[in-house]
Design a protein around this ligand. Sequence first.
Ligand SMILES: Cc1cc2nc3c(=O)[nH]c(=O)nc-3n(C[C@H](O)[C@H](O)[C@H](O)COP(=O)(O)OP(=O)(O)OC[C@H]3O[C@@H](n4cnc5c(N)ncnc54)[C@H](O)[C@@H]3O)c2cc1C
Length: 440
Amino acid sequence: MVVVGAGLAGLTAATDLSRAGVEVTVLEARDRVGGRTHGIEVAPGAWIDAGAAYLGDRHTDLAKTIADLGLKTVPTTMRGQSRFVLGHGRVTREGRFPPLSAVALGDLFDRLDDLVQRVRVDAPWRSGIPDDETAAAWAQRELTRPDARAFFPLFLGEMMAADPADVSVLHMAFYLASGGGLRYLNAFEGGAQDSRVDAGAHQLCRRLADGLGPGVVRLDTAVHTIDQTGRSATVHSASATYTCDAVVVAVPPALADEIRLLPDAPVRRTTPGTAPGRAVKVHLIYPTPLWREQGLSGWSVNADGPLMSTVDDSPAYGEVGVLTGFVTGREATRYAALTPAEQRREALAQAAAIFPSLPEPTGFQVSNWVTERYSRGCYAALLGPGDWNLLGPHLTTPHGRVHWAGAETSTEYFGLMEGAIRSGHRAAAQILAQHRPQQA
Ligand SMILES: Cc1cc2nc3c(=O)[nH]c(=O)nc-3n(C[C@H](O)[C@H](O)[C@H](O)COP(=O)(O)OP(=O)(O)OC[C@H]3O[C@@H](n4cnc5c(N)ncnc54)[C@H](O)[C@@H]3O)c2cc1C
């Protein structure tokens, strides 16, 4: 078997197949495994997550993978007061709830909850929610209170790295439902951001790849064609050709559509309306988490970019302090296009305005996912109006010997590490049930 993509989905599928006695080769375009999980060492032995970071107690398959690989989780730190710069000066207060009209925000969350309740997570296209408008158009019509209108794009940016114009109402509702509902998805303690993998989520894929044994994962091997016109599947990269019984394509949907299929699939994985999620992570490094000494949590929400929010992402044992700033949606596209010097100047100026008592950081890193050739955005693809009706029914349907995996093929925890792992298990089970693989 061949697995295309050495992210969590592909490596989970490869591990399951290998454990079932199937000979597997994993082809990975990048010079590293992990895909949208990636670690940066910001000080000797201190790793931070440039990509996916957070998980919660409902992420049960992820928890099992973490435990199986001998890794641990650490709680996300969120103690102290938060900062809000939302057009009424700088406000400092307890909790993560922004200082906006409680009535307006209550109304926004009630309306979102109403949509979430109506979604059929297993088959969103059967939800009965019209799939013909963007979240921006919905907000324009439904949200009359200024504070709700102001907060909505910040909320979607934080939750989905989405600009409201890029995502359909159905996909927004589905994403929130798939991730466990509005409150679970939004929460740190007890919610989807409760914990992190100690010393970085990138270790998951490294250890999964190591567990497959030497030579199984081939790096720098971008697949461009899968030919199944003969009695087997032949997978082509620029440097080699692999013949096998079946293939798992475990790459984001826009990249799956770049792979030439012979014969062509009846339905593609994206439409012209499918948008990439857009996020840049900015890491500000300090000698220690200095803001904690000042009673601050490091959490901030900001109406203007580039840093739409900041969070304390310091490694667990206080080796170094890390504030991560999230630049999302339209602002991420603008920021991603700046020179490194401009990115630094803007981010540091804003950090100084949000947290004037902090000194200039000693380190600065930008993780720009907007321009990552082999991610095509993040956190996940954003389905536009009509996409679910067209693409949804084919999400997990194999195309002959080609099976689909990846965080965007799981209706459970879509777009998250949990969804990626579940999709890998599902694709491996599909293959084991449908093909008669040659035993290794
Ligand atoms: C900044 C950021 C923050 C995030 N935050 C969170 C979070 O806090 N919690 C959470 O659960 N999730 C989060 N996510 C989402 C999470 O990272 C993804 O859902 C998950 O890692 C996707 O795994 P995957 O295997 O489906 O895809 P990927 O990780 O994208 O893996 C696909 C792999 O395929 C490779 N590939 C692509 N094209 C080809 C080709 N033609 N040939 C060969 N190889 C190819 C890619 O290089 C990549 O390695 C975040 C993502 C990002 C980027």
